[in-house]
Design a protein around this ligand. Structure first.
Ligand code: CA
Length: 228
């Protein structure tokens, strides 16, 4: 029996669909993709998916319409993929029965955390058994975006949290700035790679210096590694 959750990626922009597919498969999910709204609806009717990622602007039938029709026959979890700042779309998506939405561009970590959250609520896993990452005295709760160091909650911005989670998930592996940028800032980030160094210094201030520990190490000329 193959019990890996299957994620249906409905997205007509090929590079985004590919990005999502790679990120999800790397995390152990199965994926299927579809670029046409009407065909996506037909597939949802016929096949079983654990979560549907649904873009809004799609050929033949838009994501809103797909969501509305799917809700008449199925309560499969739907995460709408909306364009930046389209608050109107987010609200209508939720009104039509979508479970959540992501504003493009987004980092795959955030999406994966949402998917895991949806799946674990569905599977009715008690909070105590929810997924967490532990490195030394640092503990991350991805479903709540919470971080504790030595049992004390630490306030991080969303981006700092995502960066820390990426480092923790890849602990003891050296990550270069480009990898970090791609994973944490997203596939279409076009700013300066210095932003990585700046956020690393924020994290060091909040995690390492404050607690007088050393988790985040600089590998000169390469990037960063988080060690136990
Ligand atoms: Ca689209």
């Amino acid at each position: 029996m193959n019990d890996k959750p299957k994620i249906f990626i409905v997205e007509d922009e090929k590079h985004i669909a590919r990005f999502l597919q790679l990120a999800l498969e790397k995390e152990g999910f199965r994926t299927a993709t579809e670029s046409n709204g009407r065909r996506a609806y037909e597939k949802i009717v016929q096949d079983h998916y654990d979560v549907v990622l649904l873009d809004i602007m799609l050929p033949e039938m838009d994501g809103m319409e797909v969501c509305k029709l799917v809700r008449e026959i199925s309560d499969v979890p739907i995460i709408m993929l909306t364009a930046r700042d389209e608050v109107k779309d987010q609200v209508s998506g939720l009104n039509l029965g979508a479970n959540d939405y992501m504003t493009k561009p987004f980092a795959s970590e955030v999406l994966i955390a949402k998917i895991r959250g949806i799946l674990s609520r569905r599977d009715n896993i008690p909070r105590e058994e929810e997924k967490r990452f532990i490195t030394g005295s640092v503990m991350l709760y991805p479903e709540r975006y919470e971080v504790k160091v030595g049992g004390e909650p630490v306030e991080l911005t969303h981006r700092e949290y995502e960066l820390l989670q990426y480092l923790v998930e890849n602990k003891n592996r050296v990550l270069n700035r480009d990898q970090i940028l791609q994973q944490v800032w997203g596939y279409d980030y076009t700013g300066d790679t210095n932003v990585v160094d700046v956020y690393i210094s924020y994290l060091r201030t909040k995690i390492d210096y404050k607690y007088n520990e050393r988790h985040i190490h600089t590998i000169r000329g390469v990037g960063y590694v988080l060690k136990d």
